[in-house]
Design a protein around this ligand. Structure first.
Ligand code: ADP
Length: 266
C-alpha cells in the first residue's frame, strides 16, 4: 500500500487483445479499458503490462503470419506498438484517464541506475494519477524478442515498484492439474501455497503429446513475485468482469501465495 493506495500490476496477453486474425479485438480491449479505469477511479494504482505489439503490427502490415526473423519482428513491433498505444490512449481518454507508455528491456531493470530512474519515473506518474502501460522494448531488444515474455516482465516490474499484487489475465481460468485444453479431467487449483517441483511440472506439463506448457512462464512470474512478497493471481480475462469479482474480494482463478515471511507490510 502507498498512502493507503493498493498498487496492482495487471498483465494482459495477446489472446485477450487480438482476434485469431491478428487484428485487434476491439470489444475485449474496450471492456478491459473500462474495467481498469473503474478500478483506477476507486483509488487503486493501476499498472498495465500489455503484449500484442508484434501481432498487431504484423496484421497491420498485411503479413500472413507473425514474422520469425528478428528485423521483421522488430519492424512489426514498431508498427504494432503505435497502434496499441494509440488505441489505449483513445480508449482510456474516454474514461478521463491519462496513460503513459513505458518500453523497457531486461537491461533497464538489471542496471541499478536505470532501474532507479525507472522507479522514480513510476512514482512521479502515480503522483500525476497516470496509468503506466508497459511493454518490452521489442524494437531494440533482440534478446527480449527471442527469449522474453511479458509474464516474467510483469513480475519483474511488480517487484521493482513494490506492487501489492500481480494479476495475470489469460485465456484460461487459472492453473489446472493438467492442461485443460487437452485433458477433460483437469481440475482448477485455487491456491498454490508453495511453488514446488510438482507445480512446475504441472505448468510445463503435457497430456499425451498435446500439452502446450503455456502456464510455465506464469508460474515463473509467480515465483519471482512471490520471492518479493507479492501474491500472483492468474485468472480468465473472459468475462473481464471477473476483475470486479476479484476486486470485491472473491476467490477467483489461481492465487499463488507469496512466501509469508517475506510478505510486504502495508
Ligand atoms: P496468454 O496468451 O494468455 O499469456 P498462454 O497461451 O501463454 O496464455 O498460456 C495459457 C495456456 O496454457 C492455456 O490456454 C492452456 O492451454 C495452457 N496450459 C498448459 N498447462 C496448463 C495447466 N496446467 N493449467 C492451465 N493451462 C495450461
Amino acid at each position: 500500500m502507498r498512502n493507503g493506495k493498493r498498487r496492482i500490476v495487471f498483465k494482459v496477453g495477446t489472446s485477450t487483445l487480438a482476434h485469431h486474425t491478428g487484428r485487434t479485438n476491439i470489444r475485449h480491449m474496450e471492456e478491459l479499458v473500462k474495467v481498469l479505469s473503474d478500478i483506477h477511479n476507486s483509488g487503486v494504482q493501476v499498472v498495465l503490462v500489455s503484449s500484442g505489439a508484434i501481432g498487431m503490427g504484423a496484421a497491420k502490415l498485411g503479413l500472413q503470419a507473425k514474422p520469425v526473423d528478428t528485423p521483421s519482428r522488430q519492424a512489426a513491433a514498431s508498427v504494432g506498438q503505435c497502434e496499441l498505444m494509440f488505441l489505449y490512449d483513445k480508449m482510456f481518454s474516454d474514461y478521463g484517464q491519462i496513460v503513459a507508455q513505458m518500453l523497457i528491456t531486461k537491461a533497464d531493470l538489471e542496471n541499478d541506475t536505470r532501474r532507479s530512474n525507472f522507479t522514480n519515473a513510476f512514482e512521479k506518474l502515480f503522483q500525476y494519477n497516470a496509468i503506466p502501460i508497459i511493454n518490452e522494448n521489442d524494437s531494440v531488444a533482440i534478446e527480449e524478442i527471442v527469449f522474453g515474455d511479458n509474464d516474467t516482465l510483469s513480475a519483474e516490474v511488480a517487484k521493482c515498484i513494490g506492487a501489492d499484487e500481480l494479476v495475470i489475465l489469460s485465456d484460461i481460468d487459472g492453473l489446472y492439474t493438467k492442461n485443460p485444453k487437452n485433458c477433460d479431467d483437469a481440475c482448477l487449483i485455487s491456491i498454490v501455497e508453495d511453488i514446488d517441483e510438482s507445480i512446475i511440472s504441472i505448468a510445463g506439463g503435457t497430456c499425451g503429446n498435446l500439452g502446450t506448457g503455456g502456464m510455465a512462464t506464469k508460474v515463473k512470474a509467480a515465483q519471482i513475485a512471490g520471492e518479493a512478497g507479492i501474491d500472483t493471481i492468474v485468472m480468465n480475462s473472459t468475462p473481464i468482469t471477473n476483475l470486479y469479482r476479484y476486486m470485491d474480494g472473491e476467490n477467483i482463478g489461481t492465487r499463488f501465495k507469496a512466501h509469508s515471511q517475506k510478505k510486504r507490510e502495508g
